[in-house]
Design a binder for this molecule. Structure first.
Ligand SMILES: [Zn+2]
Length: 192
């Protein structure tokens, strides 16, 4: 497996002056997509599921994109297994992208880089998580994977695809999901 958590894209601009002489300058746009997950609470109860789901995600993506840490302070992605999420919202999960953009000055301030760092925030319904067994039960495990991949999709910036029940970004776990289509999209984010 390749670790591609850091993706660097270089963009060059050519600045043309009034007298027609071209001056080249370059500006780097650096994206840090380093997803270290941690559970907000109840680690003993959900750590096994979350680490298994992260492994499944990486296996399908054929990349080591997501990691797990039991140290919440080192996390860039927080998973919150929440009581009553479904009762309050009618949804068993929620996912949100977190992004922070900073302009960095290099070389004594002569060069500017744009650095964007990404994280995510995910909520999962506690009853949903508890009512389905872990990966030993293929059918329920498929259900859990569909939910987790969907919410991570939101965390990566994907919107809903309301017209295709087989798309993982369709707003329900119904249907036989097109994992290949979803993971091609994930890999494209990392330039693969
Ligand atoms: Zn959704």
């Amino acid at each position: 497996m390749i670790n591609l958590s850091k993706l660097i894209a270089l963009t060059s601009f050519v600045l043309t002056t009034g007298c027609g002489i071209g001056v080249s300058s370059s500006k780097s746009e650096v994206e840090i997509r380093d997803y270290v997950f941690s559970l907000a609470k109840e680690k003993d109860l959900f750590e096994q599921d979350i680490t298994d789901l992260i492994n499944e995600f990486n296996l399908n993506a054929r990349l080591e994109i997501l990691k797990y840490s039991s140290d919440r302070n080192s996390a860039s992605a927080l998973v919150y297994v929440k009581n009553g999420l479904f009762d309050n919202t009618g949804a068993v999960g929620r996912g949100q992208m977190i992004g922070a953009n900073t302009t960095v000055k290099e070389d004594f301030g002569t060069k500017e880089d744009s650095v964007t760092s990404y994280g995510m925030y995910i909520e999962l319904d506690r009853d949903f998580m508890l009512s389905r067994p872990g990966k030993n039960d293929a059918i329920w495990w498929y259900d859990k994977r569909k939910l987790f991949f969907h919410e991570v999709g939101h965390g990566l910036g994907f919107e809903h695809e309301p017209n295709d029940v087989n798309n993982l970004m369709y707003p329900s776990t119904d249907g036989d999901k097109d994992l290949n289509g979803y993971f091609s999209r994930v890999r494209a984010l990392y330039g693969i």
